[in-house]
Design a protein around this ligand. Sequence first.
Ligand code: TPP
Ligand code: SF4
Ligand code: MG
Length: 280
Amino acid sequence: MAEKFDTGRKPVWCPGCGNFGILVALRRALATLGLEPEEVALVTGIGCHGRMSSYVRVNTFHTIHGRVLPLATGIKLANPRLTVIGHSGDGDAYAIGLGHLPHAARRNIDITLIVHDNMVFGLTTGQATPTTPKGHVTRSTPYGNPDEPLNPLFLALASGATFVARGFSGDIPHLEDLIVRAVRHKGFSFIDVIQPCATFYNIYGEVRRRIYKLEEAGHDPSSLEEAIRRSMEKERIPIGVFFETDKPVYRENFLHAMNPPPGERVPRPVDLSPVWRRFR
Ligand SMILES: Cc1ncc(C[n+]2csc(CCOP(=O)(O)OP(=O)(O)O)c2C)c(N)n1
Ligand code: SF4
Ligand SMILES: [Mg+2]
């Protein structure tokens, strides 16, 4: 019943945009997980990806550029019963908001972060981001991008993330499965999704040529060393779960301050009779 997560609004993305694949995979994953719309909180950043908050019928918060993780963290700590999912762009998560990723990972906040990695600032018309390949010509790098790209999977692994995966918006069933596994995972789950920008960086052909699935290559996701090795591959592009492990989540280490969390407190009845007497 993925339809129950459809707000009925028509997406304004360009034809062929990879965001469509992520939207469909997410709605299907929520249905597979058996969740109800009121049990989910979705936080999005600013950018083309941010439109997700208008198209998924759950609690949504379209926050400022780069601050998906602080918002998602606060929501989860205040109300641990909610399933909290963040959607960031590569600019959002790896440029202006990069400082938040290692900390959410090392604290093992029980949330899921899905990064729509189109390797450009899509909404602002295709400038270079931290994942744009070196030498690529964009509006902000007319002589070719001089920077080495950031490796988000390696960064997440090095920061202590307990679930690290990569998906491709052009393979919806595979991505749906990754999202289901990420949400079920207890702790910080991170998925970098290759999401081609049909208008400013259309790499569907190249990705399809170089991609392979980790689960078909005998990859062992319990080995951090093996996950790091795979995350550093340059020629071929592995997708699937790189690494998964079990560690206490942040809330378990934070009970002294959040017991019970605000979302679970029973509101005390307020005695309004003095106010009532004053105005009688
Ligand atoms: C604080 C702040 N800085 C800059 C901007 C301008 N801005 C809006 S969208 C955007 C780029 C978004 O790129 P990305 O996060 O990769 O998302 P995409 O559009 O590619 O999905 C920028 C720089 C902004 N809205 N707020
Ligand atoms: S500019 Fe790119 S990322 Fe944005 S909607 Fe169009 S195709 Fe999608
Ligand atoms: Mg982007």
